[in-house]
Design a protein around this ligand. Structure first.
Ligand code: GAF
Length: 385
């Protein structure tokens, strides 16, 4: 049975009737542009083939029933009028938060039965939570005929995550899940949410992109992410701009000088301003067909996250160093950091050697074995049935 049939059959068993529809929304990897989204900057994610899938039906009685095939928990039953920000520390906060955000924005959602399952690895920096949020938002948008465009669904999902769940994340992950297209990376300006789909077909050029999940679990609500965000906001305030996006690359040295002995803020500002410039470099290299040349830009991005933003960890650094020593074209951590995944850009012929080298290096260091898979730019959120 395929995922769609399975989730449909499980829904019938749980709730005693066919669902009105089935939807899917993917996780993402970010090619370049890390910790720039809450600085109004640029990002460039693409969607994974891994998705959250939801079978959903409307209710009219103000109740929300939630169930996940991936957990032992039974059906959670909530009353829409009781949904309160930061009151739920379980996985149910993500779908419930979306319902809360839609209703708070005035959309007439009157209840739902939802059954979910996901193939996006959780805690791996691959946006498993955004996939859960977006699949629910898209389903409710369709069923209640809300007519909201994708970018607005992403905004509401971000609000669910920021206010209801209580994690101070940016807009990248939800937009990636809602708006990515197969065979493309999404060049997103997080200030005005303008988007360009950039063709990104590595296989056609004999290349591959590997995701290495270090199995070091990360969480956004644990404080370090928020500290970086607050540091960036402090930098913008000290420099008299709305967001670090407003510091042009050419003005970076002058900006750093103005920050005087604010050493930590200087490092954060340097990362964000140089990272925005790296996104623009990658976009222009891809547009001119120089795909291999993005490798060194990815490596620079990793060094900046490790040394200036200080959010890497020994496992992520080991992936990057080992992959590069094994002939990779580029490699860097991806996502929020403090664990999670790294990406490795390599020629197809080198993939096996690099994978083996990384696995051996992890074993030699006494780290948990990493999970390595190839990432092909896949479709964004969609209705399956
Ligand atoms: C996490 C956040 F959710 C994103 O908004 C983004 O800030 C990313 O970390 C870092 O680029 O995935």
């Amino acid at each position: 049975m395929g995922a769609e049939q399975q989730v449909r059959a499980d829904f019938v068993e749980l709730y005693g009737a066919e669902p009105e529809g089935v939807w899917a929304a993917p996780g993402r990897v970010n090619l370049i542009g890390e910790h720039t989204d809450y600085n109004d900057g640029f990002v460039m994610p693409f969607a994974l083939p891994h998705t959250a899938t939801a079978a959903v039906s409307r209710r009219t009685d103000g109740r929300l029933r939630l169930h996940s095939a991936d957990l032992e928990d039974g059906v959670a039953e909530l009353r829409l009028d009781d949904l309160t920000p930061e009151s739920d520390r379980a996985w149910t906060a993500y779908p419930a938060g979306v319902v809360w955000a839609l209703r708070e924005a005035g959309h007439p959602v009157t209840g739902a039965d939802i059954h979910l399952t996901s193939t996006v690895p959780s805690g791996a920096g691959l946006s498993s939570s955004a996939a859960l949020e977006v699949v629910v938002a898209l389903a409710l948008n369709d069923l209640f005929e809300l007519g909201l465009p994708r970018w607005q669904l992403a905004r509401l999902c971000q609000r669910a995550e920021n206010v209801y769940v209580g994690a101070p994340t940016g807009i990248m992950d939800q937009t990636a899940s809602a708006c990515c297209e197969a065979g493309h990376a999404l060049f997103l300006d997080t200030r005005d949410l303008s988007q360009k789909q950039i063709p990104f077909d590595l296989a056609a050029e004999g290349m591959r992109l590997l995701v290495v999940d270090t199995q070091v679990k990360h969480a956004h609500s644990d404080g370090e992410y928020g500290k970086r965000r607050a540091g960036c906001e402090k930098g913008a305030a000290l420099l008299g701009v709305d967001a670090l996006r407003d510091i042009p690359y050419a003005g970076l040295d002058a900006a750093l000088e103005r920050l005087g002995d604010e050493e930590e803020v200087r490092r954060l500002v340097r990362h964000v301003v140089t990272e925005d410039q790296r996104v623009e470099r990658v976009v222009s290299l891809l547009k001119s067909g120089e795909t291999r040349a993005i490798g060194p830009v990815l490596v620079e991005g990793h060094a900046s996250l490790r040394d200036d933003f200080r959010i890497s960890c020994p496992e992520l650094d080991l992936v990057v160093d080992t992959a590069l020593a094994g002939g990779a074209l580029g490699a860097r951590m991806t996502g929020g950091g403090f664990g999670g995944s790294a990406i490795v850009l390599a020629m197809a012929a080198d993939v096996d050697t690099i994978t083996k080298a990384v696995e051996e290096a992890f074993a030699a260091a006494g780290f948990t074995a990493p999970r390595v898979f190839e990432a092909v730019p896949s479709a964004g959120a969609r209705r399956l049935a």
